[in-house]
Design a protein around this ligand. Structure first.
Ligand SMILES: C[S@@+](CC[C@H](N)C(=O)[O-])C[C@H]1O[C@@H](n2cnc3c(N)ncnc32)[C@H](O)[C@@H]1O
Length: 366
């Protein structure tokens, strides 16, 4: 095989990424995985339950077996329309009621605004900004006018937040009681705050988000008997004062949504309401330090470009951004789904604390 042949195949494989998503999306949209929970099934058999055509479904299932979403049960012999497939661990995450279901994320990525964000990238490159950003000020402007889209978006965010929640809830500052109050800035529908407060009964919290999400968060807090410890406030985080005096401020998957100037304003506003001992917790999916490493963050970066006017950054870049807003980096922790927690404190206070520690040492040694 020549290197040109290999290169040509590499191009074809990249093109095939479209088919990969469309096959996955079709499988999710028809909720096929839900019908495969009891055990292996054929496309013909499934097509009766789903009211769809057997042959196209069989071809999609064959494709998904190639991607590792399904497993063909008969391992020998020719592939036929009568083949039986079962869900792999990947396929199980497309079951709508699976506790770690990725189904809402697949459905969200198939919605028109998300499809257009990527389909319009050439326009974005030509005009320097995405049509979604120019016309709606970014996806959140559109979501405020479209409650059904908003609900699907929230469900997709919840699926990621659920996976991160327990790792976040077991961070030492929380479990050892150093953090007793936390403000979740743009906290969505409160999945992370619910995980934190359920696991740490001494913690109280306030979530701030746009009205639809804050409303859903408030209902979930009430249903889960958290309402005495956790509140949800509907407010614009860029134009309303943030709750003051908490031990920690969480900015999870928020910075990457917005342009640099807005992020700096937001971080400075947070610094303004933070008491001396308080910490800023930033969660993002950092870009790989080397461009050639493909990862979840590179995909997110294009989505941010086409949808929100934000961007992904390397960890170094997040630290530099926080430094520009007056913060000093303290520590990091890895989280599921390639996310990273970066903990900061106000740089002026960090300097004061270092000075105080030096003075204390002088007093002791004098
Ligand atoms: C990517 S989601 C992250 C949600 C949550 N922090 C998490 O990690 O699951 C970003 C959130 O920012 C909220 N948001 C965007 N602009 C906002 C604004 N101006 N004021 C308040 N919330 C905003 C959105 O409603 C959304 O819930």
């Amino acid at each position: 095989m020549t290197s040109t042949d290999q290169a040509a195949k590499a191009v074809r494989q990249i093109i095939g990424g479209v088919s990969a998503f469309e096959a996955l999306y079709t499988f999710a949209a028809l909720k096929v995985a839900d019908y495969m929970v009891p055990g292996p099934r054929t496309a013909a058999d499934l097509s009766h339950d789903l009211g769809v055509s057997a042959s196209p479904l069989g071809r999609i299932m064959r494709y998904l077996a190639g991607l590792g979403v399904l497993r063909r049960v008969q391992v020998d012999g020719v592939i036929t329309d009568g083949d039986m497939y079962e869900l792999t661990l990947v396929g199980e995450l497309l079951i709508t009621h699976h506790p770690d279901s990725q189904w809402p994320m697949v459905i969200m990525r198939g919605l028109k605004p998300w499809r257009d964000a990527l389909a319009d990238l050439s326009t974005t490159v030509r005009r320097g900004a995405a049509p979604m950003v120019l016309e709606h000020g970014g996806i959140y402007g559109l979501l405020q006018q479209e409650p059904e889209l908003r609900a699907l978006f929230d469900a997709a965010m919840e699926s990621g937040a659920r996976q991160v929640g327990s790792a976040l809830a077991s961070q030492p500052e929380l479990t050892r009681g150093a953090i007793k109050t936390i403000v979740d800035v743009a906290g969505g529908t409160g999945t992370m705050l619910r995980a934190i407060t359920h696991a740490n009964p001494h913690v109280k919290g306030v979530l701030v988000d746009l009205p639809e999400s804050a409303g859903r968060a408030a209902r979930l807090f009430a249903t889960e008997n958290l309402a005495t410890r956790v509140q949800a406030r509907a407010a614009d985080i860029f134009s309303s004062p943030l709750p003051a005096g908490a031990d920690a401020y969480l900015l999870s998957r928020v910075i990457h949504n917005h342009p640099r100037d807005r992020v700096l304003d937001l971080m400075r506003n947070i610094a303004h309401v933070m008491p001396n001992h308080s910490e800023l917790w930033v969660i993002e999916t950092p870009l790989p330090e080397q461009d050639r490493q493909m990862g979840l963050a590179l995909d997110l970066d294009l989505v941010m470009l086409g949808l929100a006017g934000g961007r992904e950054r390397t960890e170094e870049e997040y630290r530099a951004l926080a430094k520009s807003a007056g913060f000093q980096f303290i520590r990091r922790a890895t989280l599921p789904l390639d996310m990273v927690l970066m903990v900061f404190t106000r740089a002026d206070l960090a300097r004061n604390m270092a000075r105080r520690r030096r003075l204390d040492t002088q007093v002791v040694t004098r």
